[in-house]
Design a protein around this ligand. Structure first.
Ligand SMILES: [Fe+2]
Length: 431
């Protein structure tokens, strides 16, 4: 025993050698490397009771992908020029997390899916083409991984790195997850040089597993792997979670949406990108959460053309003020390029009538996909036909209609407000 205690330079749990690939313990456990970047990127090492390649060859084969997960590879169509509101998925037959996965939106490097699992996973899963970011809109359970279990509940993000063996053990009750795939790299924490590493959340909010649940079990253990659109099954005679220890930084973790501490501005409007939590190649994921309304700045979104992205927004909980009551929890909006979007008529009416709320009581998960992004046939099947009509207040409500005197009114208001200044300005700034 040393006199003092020390941290290792790399996170580790359980039985590990003094360093990767080194020392006499290598003759007693089987080391497996999980590495990105061709042996030069992020890496973890797990130490196993049995060789990870002990599959039973006669039971290992490719699967029919369309039969395994019929909607995950749903054909993609160009999207543009029309907004979509996707209704909540109602599953026809109870399927598990992966068999029930339905693709919604995708570009070359990222995708959004939805799943409403209602059946247990009787297999383990490895996604060899993407690191996955789950958002638990509804439900709870345990994500079992090689690195140990992670308990999750409503409002948690779960990050499962590419290639990591895992299984979802869902609790009783309804489950509903949005699932983002990152094909070309792992999600990075969003961080601006001007706001530092603790806005809008801190790395200390990430929870990594450290309770290894080592299984020394014999039996038939099925692992399904996905590589692009190819699904393969292999069967092992020992439990895949036979690791006695691990070391590294390539790890699954969870992150609770309530730990997002949003950027707010009294005198201006924070753009959506100010609420980014993860950056993926070709995609950024933002969290709009409970926050104070801007005091003097524009407190509804500005109308916009986000010209290089197709915007998706999953409505998690709350009132979604800017959508004027069009969306309910669990729905997803898809706003592609080709036309502008912004607040719905009721939201703008509230602004014009100066009905500013103190607090926005809402949580939404936005994922914007770099163009060219596409929408799936599966998503089009969930699309509400009346969504474009939900903006029709702009052509029916008198205050938005053509008025021959409007130009003169605006000129008059501009003149009246020419010297208007913010109330929240520095003292002594009158001269
Ligand atoms: Fe937008």
């Amino acid at each position: 025993m040393e006199k003092f205690e020390y941290f290792s330079g790399i996170p580790e749990v359980g039985i590990v050698p003094r360093a990767p690939h080194a020392g006499p313990l290598m003759r007693h456990v089987y080391e497996q490397e999980h590495g990105r970047g061709g042996f030069a990127g992020k890496v973890s090492h797990t130490y196993h009771l049995y060789p990870p390649t002990n599959w039973l060859p006669e039971e290992s084969r490719l699967l029919d992908g369309a039969g395994f997960a019929p909607h995950w590879e749903s054909p993609l169509r160009p999207v543009g020029g029309v907004h979509h509101a996707l209704g909540v998925l109602r599953t026809e037959a109870p399927r598990d997390v992966y068999r029930g996965m339905g693709r919604l939106i995708a570009n070359a490097t990222a995708a959004m899916n939805v799943t409403a699992p209602a059946a247990p996973m009787d297999y383990f899963f490895e996604h060899h083409s993407a690191t996955q970011v789950f958002f638990v809109h509804e439900g709870s359970g345990t994500l079992e991984t090689t690195f140990g279990p992670i308990a999750y509940r409503k409002g948690d993000f779960l990050i499962i790195p590419k290639g990591i063996t895992h299984r979802f053990e869902c609790d009783q009750g309804p489950q509903y997850y949005w699932v983002y795939e990152s094909f070309a790299g792992d999600p990075e924490k969003a961080e601006a040089v001007t706001t530092g590493q603790f806005l809008t959340h801190s790395r200390s909010d990430y929870k990594f597993p450290r309770s290894l649940d080592t299984r020394n079990e014999a039996g038939r253990f099925e692992i399904v792997s996905k590589t692009d659109g190819t699904y393969a099954r292999r069967v092992h005679p020992t439990h895949p979670f036979d690791a006695v220890g691990w070391r590294g930084s390539y790890l699954p973790y969870k992150f609770a949406v309530e730990d997002v501490r949003p950027l707010v501005a009294d005198r201006s409007h924070v753009p959506p990108s100010g609420h980014t939590v993860f950056i993926l190649p070709g995609c950024y994921i933002c969290v709009f959460t409970v926050r104070s309304a801007e005091k003097e700045g524009l407190w509804v979104p500005f109308f916009h053309n986000n010209l290089d992205y197709c915007e998706t927004l999953g409505y998690h909980v709350g009132r979604f003020f800017s959508r004027g009551g069009v969306f309910s929890e669990g729905m997803v909006s898809v706003h592609p390029v080709g036309l502008p979007h912004g607040p719905h008529p009721k939201a703008i009416a509230a602004l014009l009538d100066d009905k500013r709320p103190q607090v926005f009581e809402e949580v939404g998960i936005m994922a914007d996909f770099a163009n060219p992004a596409k929408i799936s046939d599966f998503a089009l099947g969930l699309s509400r036909p009346d969504y474009m009509a939900s903006w029709s207040g702009y052509t029916t409500e008198p205050r938005f209609l053509h008025d021959p005197g409007r130009l003169a009114k605006v000129r008059g208001e501009a003149e009246r407000l020419a010297d208007a200044r913010d109330t929240l300005r520095p003292a002594g700034s009158e001269e």
